[in-house]
Ligand binder design. Sequence first.
Ligand code: 13P
Length: 275
Amino acid sequence: MVEKREIESLVRKHIESKFSSRKQKEYIVAANWKMNMSAKETRRFIEKVKEEKIPDYLKTVIFPPYPYLPIFQEMLRYDKITYGAQDVAKEEKGAYTGEVSAAMLADLGCSYVLAGHSERRNYYGETPEIVARKTAAALRYHIRPVVCIGETLEERQGNRYHEVLKVQLDAVRQEIGDALSDCIIAYEPVWAIGTGVIPGLDQIGETHRFIHELLVSYTGISERASRILYGGSVNEKNVKDIASVQFVDGFLIGGASLKAENFMNILRLLRVDGS
Ligand code: 13P
């Protein structure tokens, strides 16, 4: 006769083994260098990060300034660390002085491109329609767009942020339709960028859920297919807490990604073994 306690213990063990064999959640950990670093610093950074043992569930992406992309192509050709550009032209080719096309980025081995970072929207007048066209341009060359959306402090305080985020996403959807499910979305509240201030975890959770539900309602993408990164003052102190929030699938990191040591510490903190 088997004791009830033994049965319970067996059931518990079975559940635990199922749980531990469950696939580890993947995170995309992206570095946006903005207009920082030199060629020498870029090489040194790549050398250090290449030495790091990065598990497959941490997808690492670096967005350097355009001129350093060839260094990434040369040094990371057979590496699982990927890279992309911080911007892309909305046009295909032609007389657009200063612009860089999606075809050129594909030539340089870019897997990703940022579209609509708030600094582009605010300082360079990128409207939701321009961002949408840039997103479409990247997709035509099989480069995965990371579409950045986010509200200002005024919009947050006026409780208009849902509306603002929806307008930003709607424009992209109008341009590319269901291909929106091929995009990664980066939620970056403008007031959290470079300020050291992050929203409360409940605010991040609520906003990511809102974005997730919008994506699902638009594209019918499955529960786990949406990819929503959080960006804005992410660092070694807060990354683990933010990672625990539902619908946070990774990070877009500015200041804390400029030193290899800081960036690698963030990757280490996200490893299940924490080492
Ligand atoms: P910080 O991490 O410096 O706040 O920048 C965030 C950002 O804008 C990443 O794209």
